[in-house]
Design a binder for this molecule. Structure first.
Ligand SMILES: *[C@@H]1O[C@H](CO)[C@@H](O)[C@H](O)[C@H]1NC(C)=O
Ligand SMILES: *[C@@H]1O[C@H](CO)[C@@H](O)[C@H](O)[C@H]1NC(C)=O
Ligand SMILES: *[C@@H]1O[C@H](CO)[C@@H](O)[C@H](O)[C@H]1NC(C)=O
Ligand SMILES: *[C@@H]1O[C@H](CO)[C@@H](O)[C@H](O)[C@H]1NC(C)=O
Ligand SMILES: *[C@@H]1O[C@H](CO)[C@@H](O)[C@H](O)[C@H]1NC(C)=O
Ligand SMILES: *[C@@H]1O[C@H](CO)[C@@H](O)[C@H](O)[C@H]1NC(C)=O
Length: 640
């Protein structure tokens, strides 16, 4: 709940008018204050704030007002800040509305000048090591105050009673003592005072909150917790006698009818449950189909399609104790922690053979792709080693880099950059009626070459042993400039022996279907199928009710070519450019070499790259180059 409030509040605050500038403060004074703050704290991870760069556009974690005149938000969660929180520095940012320094290791105390910034709406300092008292000079405009999981002592300041804007107050897991103040705050929706050393009765104004708001305070009593000693217990035990006898009378009169009604009701509920179960089973079967899922299950498909926003599905297996164990790779400039990821709003992008992929939009607008792996058999060590390799291979413009991962017994998550929503599959087979322009030949060659180079990089980059393992058009992401970005690599080795869904065999090399162990040569086969897909415009998957899918694409192409109707195999969208047919035939030859039945007959990925480059260079020149090794095309296309 608290997350929703927060999100609602943050989006609302974007449209609030800004306080007029006071005391001639300007962006320059904000800049000086931020630099002073940065230099006062040793930092685990570098913050890229420098004198010469633009505060508003290139300083990480800083957001300015739309007119670019003041700093409005400072968010540096989980960046490894440690040491005493400096006083009389951040207080100078007097247009600041949101300050988040949570999940760092700040110590000593919360300086009064920070808590009292008049414009401050939201203050997140949870999960630090702050101690001392909570300053009494809290800003009256605070809407959200989170100081949980620190070591604050003393009483909850009475000033809180006057903070009429407050919607959320999180003070759990501190060492606060004294009474719980009576808070008549109309907007307060979330309250957590659990695990402190508070004492006394819970004021009537706060009894609407659940017991979990007050847990772990040995001396707190009253509803919703145990009644306070010495007080007459709450009204319920007084009333019973008369009520009970009324009930008994009613029961004696009508018990037969009641029993029959209960039995009938039970039977009806059972019937409904069975129907729901049958529907669920049917639905799950249908979800096995990858493309249908990626194109249709938009929105909050996560929690079974309920209309409301809920926690992402991938949060379920994450243990409370492990919330900070998201492992980031070096050089990654993301500024979030697992907690952020778990409260992000998530949308299903697709369900594949390795698990479900989500697009997650974090509180601060950062968008990432989260992949939730299922059926991982690799142990933690092996998993981590593979992640290291995947990270190293990610330093290439043609692949989607892995940014972070999370491994626990119940949940394995991978975090990738979010490139664009478009995959090659969508570009080739997406809804044509929606005014989508078909990919032209130039673009298809560019994508083929980019993908081939990236896969060749994967094959050679890590000692020549690495395997992509899952090449298909869904896993080629297209950037805005329509460059290919290869994703989803290196996971096959971590998975249980794959049981191929009949609809997924389209890209699998014959030997993989038998022995079930992918190799670099089976990657080449899959890439060949991908080339055929681009040339023919047909999807190599069985998909009922679609006329552009062919179950065994290589076999179909061979049969058409054997009938000497080579030009018939090409995508109708390509046939509009007559001058390119020669290049198309050349690429078809490359593709057919890749899908040779025997692994030994397939070229290596670097050879594939070179052959596509040759097509490129012959195509860009004015004259069509005919090199001596170019044999007549019919001989090249082996019929097997
Ligand atoms: C600092 O990091 C942010 C966030 O990654 C980035 O957008 C910005 O360009 C970087 N600034 C500089 C000067 O490198
Ligand atoms: C928090 O600070 C105390 C001393 O103030 C120190 O003993 C403790 O180790 C710190 N905890 C963490 C998690 O840094
Ligand atoms: C709350 O506000 C009232 C009226 O503005 C003031 O009289 C009172 O002293 C304030 N209480 C605290 C604890 O600041
Ligand atoms: C909060 O405090 C309770 C009780 O001491 C403890 O069980 C729980 O683990 C604490 N949570 C965290 C995240 O420290
Ligand atoms: C908690 O508060 C009680 C008094 O309310 C005090 O006797 C006790 O020492 C406190 N415990 C801690 C750990 O601060
Ligand atoms: C308050 O925090 C405690 C300790 O972390 C947690 O167990 C409890 O569920 C929280 N209560 C609410 C209402 O969120």
């Amino acid at each position: 709940m608290q997350h929703l409030l927060l999100i609602a509040f943050l989006s609302a605050s974007l449209f609030l008018p800004y306080p007029p500038c006071v005391r001639g403060a300007d962006l320059n004074s904000d800049k000086q204050a931020l630099l002073a703050f940065a230099s006062s704290l040793p930092r685990a991870r570098k913050i890229n704030w420098t004198l010469t760069t633009q505060v508003c556009t290139s300083w990480v974690g800083v957001t300015c007002t739309p007119d670019g005149k003041r700093v409005r938000m400072l968010r540096l969660p989980a960046v490894g800040l440690f040491g005493p929180m400096p006083s009389n520095i951040l207080g100078k940012l007097d247009a600041l509305e949101v300050l988040s320094l949570r999940s760092n290791r700040l110590t000593v105390s919360l300086p009064p000048d920070v808590a009292s910034i008049p414009s401050l709406h939201s203050l997140y300092l949870q999960r630090n090591n702050l101690s001392g008292i909570i300053p009494t000079s809290l800003s009256s405009n605070l809407a959200y105050l989170d100081l949980s999981y620190n070591s604050f002592v003393g009483e909850i300041p009475l000033k809180v009673q006057n903070m009429t804007e407050l919607t959320g107050l999180s003070l759990q897991n501190n060492s606060l003592s004294g009474p719980i103040p009576d808070l008549h705050l109309p907007k307060l929706r979330y309250l957590n005072l659990s695990y402190n050393n508070l004492s006394g009765p819970i004021p009537a104004s706060l009894q609407k909150f659940p017991a979990s708001s007050f847990l772990g305070n040995a001396f707190v009593c009253g509803f919703p917790l145990e009644p306070c000693p010495g007080t007459t217990p709450s009204p319920s035990p007084n009333a019973p006698p008369s009520q009970e006898s009324n009930l008994e009378k009613f029961w004696r009169k009508h018990h037969k009818i009641i029993i029959i009604a209960i039995l009938a009701g039970g039977a009806a509920i059972l019937l409904i449950l069975i129907i729901i179960l049958v529907i669920c089973i049917c639905k799950r079967k249908r979800d096995g189909e990858p493309r249908a899922a990626s194109s249709s299950s938009k929105g909050k498909g996560v929690a079974g399609g309920r209309g409301e926003k809920s926690k992402p599905e991938y949060s379920s297996g994450v243990q409370e104790a492990e919330r900070n164990k998201l492992v980031f790779f070096e050089g990654c400039s993301y500024n979030f922690d697992l907690e952020d990821l778990l409260r992000a709003s998530a949308e299903v992008l697709g369900k594949g053979s390795y698990g479900t992929t989500y697009k997650a939009v974090l509180e601060d607008g950062t968008t990432v792709v989260v992949k939730r792996l299922k059926e991982v058999v690799a142990g933690k060590k092996e998993f981590e080693q593979q992640m290291e390799i995947i990270d190293r291979l990610g330093q290439h413009q043609g692949v989607v880099p892995l940014r972070a991962f999370y491994y626990s017994k119940d949940e394995k998550l991978l975090v990738y950059d979010y490139v664009t929503p478009g995959s090659l599959s969508a570009a080739l087979h997406g809804n044509k009626s929606a005014g989508r322009a078909p990919l032209d030949w130039e673009t298809r060659v560019k994508i083929s070459l980019g993908a081939a180079r990236a896969i060749a990089h994967l094959h050679t980059g890590a000692g020549g042993k690495f395997i992509h393992g899952n090449i298909k058009s869904n896993n080629i992401i297209l950037s805005r400039e329509l460059n290919a970005c290869v994703s989803d690599f290196g996971l096959a080795q971590l998975m249980a022996t794959p049981h191929f869904h009949p609809r997924l065999v389209g890209y699998r090399a014959p030997e993989v279907l038998e022995a079930k162990k992918p190799t670099q040569k089976s990657d080449v086969y899959s890439f060949g199928v991908l080339l055929l897909e681009m040339l023919t415009g047909k999807a190599p998957l069985r998909s009922p009710g679609r006329d552009d899918s062919i179950e065994h694409l290589p076999r179909w192409v061979q049969s058409v070519v054997r009938e000497e109707w080579t030009s018939e195999v090409f995508d109708v969208d390509l046939q509009r450019h007559p001058n390119t047919e020669d290049e198309m035939v050349q690429l078809l030859q490359v593709a057919m070499a890749c899908v040779a039945v025997h692994p030994d007959q397939r070229p290596r990925m670097e050879q594939v790259v070179r052959r596509i480059e040759e097509i490129r260079s012959s195509g860009s020149g004015t004259t069509t180059r005919t090199s001596p090794e170019d044999k007549p095309r019919e001989e090249h296309i082996q019929i097997t």
